[in-house]
Write a protein that binds this ligand. Structure first.
Ligand code: ADP
Ligand code: ZN
Ligand code: ZN
Length: 716
């Protein structure tokens, strides 16, 4: 006789724990299987999360021991019920079961939501109620999908050609930086201890080549690899770089694939036909056996943080997985996150290697800063400075290409003085105040500080203290006017609106790539991965939007964005120019990014973070409360805040604080009112252990939802 710990596939807070069942002797079960169990008066679906050793006969003591080991609550072992049946082959291994428990604990998330990270979408059994009876539904047996042109694994060229190109590439001598990085990664892989290598390489330094050779090394050791790239960078070009090298052994997963296509890839990995997966964030949970290597490209990207339950960060989960499975984690970026950089300075298992130069020996493009407040004073009323206008016309004249970035993150609005660039800030939190039209007020959404909007600029008395922000469409119209004498210049707009349809992203890029003059105008999504040889000009229309978002990372994000977008210019023969328009020419993020001077940027930024207890010097938890009635949401946030304060007062050591209940910067989204409580904790605190009990103890209330965001990335 054995015991199984089972997580029920029911999304109810009170049932969110593991339950113990008896395993009948003839039952063929493993960790990761979906099982049918009796629960109360109904049957329920669950997933096996752990199994005990077999017992000849089960004593209370043995059952108790198992219960303790698996943190189960076992009221009466005599009353244990048996597993009714095992429904599927395992979806995950017992190591993965540990990863699931880690995520559930670390991110205060429902365990069933963590399990479903590992199951293929739309391909799991369910127990559903039809009329009065609960019925088991298993996924239908599937026809093999027809191989249409859309198949993600379709290769763009004939196999022979590909093999030839691959050989050619692999015989290229590595640069010194590439060699150092490759050697370091290999030495970690040869003594598998879950080490982490931060590959800190400027744009165009050839990080991808390092990844490819590391994957080759993993495969030669008989081990598999996971490669994560930001969703938006998961273009056919990126994918084909991996497929060209490794052919059919590469599976691809991203959100634009159908459930059936994804399941195909899932099965290819699960059966061992494919050993490497390239995908977005969720590909971290693909069934790669004997995992030897995890690569996270552009590791600073906020897309690696999931914004719905479980609100995990792929980098942190990957580091845990690497340790558990003896794999090596590679974090690559031209602008590594401050958290990762900092970790390499004190954690002996985190290493850093630099690739300071472009692989083709070209120099980095020059960056020029334009002060828009001074342009305004000189009479410019356009969004394009005189200098950017001039350069755009020259690009058009020469038949070349330009990329224009409209920095547009979030929706929070703030006031900006068009004369001097002043932005009102919270006196205690050092973040910009959000403008609320209702009541004409400025508010700090960290701490709730409120003040009526100033009629004139407190710094220079200018009356031009105005709401800030312009949409891509308006910029496009103005650009079209500016280039109106040049009908041969294509303007391609790439933003959330124009990239809604499948493959739109790809189509727009192809249009841009065609011969002749073109301007690609877009939001953040154009900052990464673009590799066009004839881009000679990159313009950032407004470096400030991001800088002034009420978020402690806004400075870091602005720095990253300027570096990344500058990296799009002058990648080949033609030298590139970068023009950054800003109302804050003296901001550290702007002026140091323009000189590619991260050291000075960090020297300015780190003391600020330290003084305010922000990461990497502290941890944050953002408790979110939302619902349709404002009063209910406010009351719930108030009650939770009081419960948190009480727990912190009794149990928290030095360094913990709660900023109290406050309305979110985005107070109302899709008819939901939103409040939050921001909690600060010391750098290495177990935040879950402190906060989870309060959340669990809370009585579920109709119409109000609560979620914890541990190490939040969006504070809006
Ligand atoms: P990153 O990912 O660091 O921005 P990429 O991997 O895209 O850089 O490489 C930039 C360019 O340099 C690519 O066109 C690539 O083919 C080329 N490249 C990479 N390694 C080498 C090398 N060792 N010698 C010459 N060119 C290289
Ligand atoms: Zn404040
Ligand atoms: Zn002013």
């Amino acid at each position: 006789m054995r015991l199984a710990s089972v997580a029920l596939d029911i999304q109810t807070q009170s049932l969110d724990r593991l339950y113990t069942y008896l395993v009948p002797d003839d039952c063929d079960i493993s960790v990761g299987c979906a099982v049918l169990v009796e629960f109360g008066k109904r049957q329920a679906l669950g997933y096996c999360m752990g199994l005990s050793e077999p017992f000849a006969s089960l004593s209370d003591r043995q059952a108790g021991l198992f219960a303790v080991q698996h943190q189960l609550s076992l009221d009466d072992p005599g009353a244990l019920k048996p597993i009714l049946s095992v429904i599927t082959a395992p979806y995950f291994s017992s190591d993965d079961a540990q990863v699931i428990q880690f995520i559930a604990h670390e991110y205060i998330a429902p365990i069933s939501s963590c399990i479903h990270l590992f199951t293929p979408i739309g391909r799991t059994p369910k127990v559903v109620k039809s009329g009065d009876v609960w019925q088991l539904q298993t996924p239908a047996r599937r026809r093999r999908p027809k191989q249409d042109g859309q198949d993600a694994s379709a290769l763009p060229e004939a196999d022979g050609q590909i093999a030839q190109r691959a050989l050619l590439q692999e015989s290229l001598p590595l640069t010194q930086g590439q060699q150092d990085a490759f050697d370091l990664v290999c030495s970690c892989m040869d003594r598998p201890g879950g080490d982490v290598v931060v590959v800190d390489g400027v744009t165009g330094s050839g990080k991808t080549e390092v990844y490819l050779r590391a994957i080759r090394h993993a495969l030669s050791q008989g081990r598999g690899a996971i490669v994560l790239v930001p969703e938006i960078a998961l273009t056919p070009q990126t994918v084909s770089r991996f497929q060209t090298r490794f052919g059919q052994t590469v599976a691809v997963m991203h959100s634009r694939m159908s459930a059936a296509q994804r399941f195909d890839q899932w099965e290819a990995l699960s059966s061992g036909r494919a050993r490497v997966v390239v995908g977005a964030r969720s590909a971290l949970f693909a069934p790669v056996s004997d995992l030897g290597l995890i690569i996270i490209d552009e590791e600073h990207e906020s897309t690696y943080k999931q914004e719905s339950a479980p609100r995990y960060h792929a980098r942190e989960v990957a580091a845990y997985m690497a340790r558990l499975k003896g794999a090596t984690l590679v974090l690559g970026s031209a602008t590594p996150s401050i958290e990762s950089l900092c970790r390499t300075t004190y954690d002996p298992t985190w290493h850093r290697v630099c690739l300071p130069a472009r692989a083709n020996g070209r120099s980095m493009p020059q960056v020029r800063i334009v002060d828009m407040a001074s342009e305004f004073r000189q009479g410019t009323r356009s969004m394009f400075s005189q200098c950017l206008t001039q350069e755009l016309l020259e690009v058009a004249e020469a038949g070349r290409k330009a990329v224009l970035l409209l920095n547009q993150r979030g929706f929070a609005s703030f006031l900006l003085c068009r004369d001097c660039g002043f932005v009102p800030e919270c006196p205690t939190c050092s973040v910009s105040l959000t403008y609320h039209e209702q009541g004409n007020q400025l508010m700090c959404h960290h701490c709730g500080y409120k003040v009526s909007a100033y009629p004139t600029c407190p710094s220079c008395s200018s009356p031009y203290l105005r709401k800030f922000g312009a949409g891509t469409q308006r910029v496009e119209a103005e650009l079209a006017q500016l280039l109106s004498k040049r009908a041969d210049v294509r303007i391609i707009r790439m933003d959330a609106d124009t990239t809604q349809t499948k493959d739109a992203h790809q189509r727009l890029l192809e249009e841009f790539a065609q011969e002749g003059a073109a301007v690609l105008l877009g939001t953040q999504m154009i900052a990464k991965g673009l590799d066009f040889e004839d881009v000679v000009l990159v313009g950032v229309i407004n470096a400030d939007t991001q800088l002034k978002l009420p978020d402690f990372r806004s400075s870091e994000r602005t720095f990253d964005l300027i570096e990344q977008v500058a990296g799009r210019a002058g990648r080949a023969e033609l030298p590139g120019k970068v023009i950054v328009q800003t109302y804050a020419p003296d901001a550290d993020a702007v002026r140091f990014a323009a000189r590619y001077d991260r050291k000075s940027f960090l020297a300015a930024e780190l003391p600020r973070r330290k003084a305010l207890g922000y990461p990497p010097y502290g941890r944050l938890v953002n408790v979110l409360v939302w619902g349709e009635t404002e009063e209910a949401v406010r009351n719930e946030a108030g009650a939770l805040s009081a419960a948190i304060d009480a727990r912190l007062a009794d149990f928290a050591p030095e360094g913990w604080s709660s900023l109290g209940a406050a309305p979110c910067a985005l107070v109302r989204v899709r008819k939901q009112y939103r409040w939050h409580i921001l909690i600060k904790a010391p750098a290495h605190a177990d935040v879950s252990a402190m906060i989870e009990p309060v959340i669990r103890k809370r009585k579920a209330r109709r119409g109000v939802s609560v979620a914890c965001d541990v190490d939040p990335y969006s504070l809006l």
